[in-house]
Design a protein around this ligand. Structure first.
Ligand code: ATP
Ligand code: MG
Length: 415
């Protein structure tokens, strides 16, 4: 017997949940479209190097979280853990550098082997945007503005906080890395094992640690902002001035570093206190070195990704359900006729529910439960007269309408 539970960390998305998911994803797409973004869909799996070479071999994603396997042809394949690497690969594969600046939106499932919790899955969905070919702060400002508009449209602008930091350019990070290693080394013994490991390989990631002892030490660490060189500082100031001018509130978070190695300059997250440790609903930043590191032409980029499950937990309503018109046949002859009527009305764009079986009362009850806006009742008498009874389900009013011209009186019930 196969196990009848879904694999740990995966979940079925039932129709009501999907309406919430669709609202999140469609809102993201529609807002992105208003900013001139087009949708790209890349494969759900890629060669493992697409991720291992870009995410950095010290990131949690690469060291612990990837679903990697060898396929029957002997290729090393990974289920994508995030969207940016695949988009950057597609950018190179398709020669899209001809089209800069390039503005792309994506949505779809991502896979990470992590400990499942509320808002943390092994298969989860993201929506995201990438703006490629803009190395000015205006690019950072645009994608943050897009993110904010998206969250506002979901009714979440008061429920989330924009946290922002700058990682500076390569020179800044090098200088800061030394300062930070000096500080952290003096606390070496008190750090968690994970962080002692990171200290040598990727010390900035210690700032990201969720370990309570680490966080105490990190609280007094020298801040990156003080190490920003002039170029990085003025870049960051321009970004902050831009989002201020748009009226987007933010807080500076000097320990926000993002887990991925290819980020530089702006790093940001929209967070919520409502989801416990899964506080980030949308996260992004600038990744100027990524495409080149992958073997493509040097191309700056900035973007973000948002977790659809986490946002769905926060939004009040899903996509509204279209109210159906219920067809209620009474008798065998009427049943056959109803199937034809349903066929024609559906082709004309109406949402039609058929009462499959049961007596009149049972079918009317079902129509009610489905939230039907109207019902069409067809019995043998009506059939003989070439008419059908139309019942408004909200007011209870009924009228007899000719079968031959059934669409006209139904127009007002089109949902
Ligand atoms: P976290 O710190 O919560 O692990 P992250 O930094 O790994 O998040 P990103 O790689 O920035 O997350 O992904 C962007 C967004 O995708 C996150 O802000 C979150 O909303 C969502 N997300 C990430 N991992 C998961 C997961 N395992 N399950 C559900 N949503 C996730
Ligand atoms: Mg994570």
């Amino acid at each position: 017997m196969p196990s009848l539970n879904p694999v740990r960390g995966t979940h079925d998305i039932l129709p009501d949940d999907n309406r919430r998911y669709r609202r999140v994803e469609e809102t993201a797409y529609q807002v992105a479209e208003r900013f001139g973004y087009g949708e790209i869909t890349t494969p759900v799996f890629e060669f493992t190097e697409v991720f291992s070479r870009t995410l950095g071999d010290t990131s949690d994603i690469v060291t612990k979280e990837m679903y990697t396997f060898e396929d029957k042809g002997g290729d090393r394949i990974t289920l994508r853990p995030e969207g940016t690497a695949g988009v950057a690969r597609a950018y190179i594969s398709n020669g899209l550098q001809q089209n800069l600046p390039l503005k792309l939106f994506y949505r779809g499932p991502m896979f990470r082997y992590e400990r499942p919790q509320k808002g943390r899955w092994r298969e989860f969905r993201q929506v995201g945007v990438e703006l490629m070919g803009v190395d000015e702060p205006t690019g950072d400002i645009e994608v943050i503005s897009l993110a904010y508009n998206f969250l506002r449209e979901l009714g979440l602008s008061d429920a989330v906080t924009l946290e922002i930091n700058s990682l500076g350019d390569a020179e800044t990070r090098q200088a800061y890395r030394e300062t930070l290693v000096g500080y952290l080394s003096s606390h070496g013994d008190a750090l968690s094992e994970d962080s002692r490991e990171r200290l040598n390989r990727n010390p900035l990631r210690v700032l990201d640690s969720k370990d309570a002892r680490d966080r105490e030490i990190v609280a007094d660490a020298p801040v990156l902002r003080d190490s920003l060189n002039d170029r990085s500082r003025s870049f960051f100031d321009e970004v902050l001035a831009g989002i201020e001018s748009l009226g987007i509130p933010y807080t500076l978070n000097p320990t926000l570093v993002r887990g991925l190695d290819y980020y530089c300059h702006t790093a940001f997250e929209f967070t919520t206190p409502a989801l416990g440790a899964q506080s980030a609903v949308l996260a992004g930043g600038r990744y100027d070195g990524l495409v080149e590191q992958m073997g493509g032409p040097a191309t700056p980029g900035v973007g973000w990704a948002a977790g659809v499950e986490r946002l769905s937990l926060l939004v009040e309503d899903g996509e509204p359900k279209r109210r159906p018109i219920a067809l209620v046949p009474v008798g065998d002859a009427a049943g056959t006729e109803m199937i034809k009527i349903a066929h024609g009305l559906r082709a004309a764009g109406f949402v039609i529910e058929m009462g499959y079986s049961g007596n009149l009362a049972k079918r009317m009850k079902r129509a009610d439960r489905l939230g039907a806006v109207a019902a069409l009742l067809l019995g043998d008498d009506e059939l003989a007269r070439g008419t059908v009874t139309l019942r408004d389900m909200d007011s209870g009013e009924q009228s007899e309408v000719p079968l031959a011209d059934i669409r006209a009186p139904l127009e007002k019930y089109r949902s």
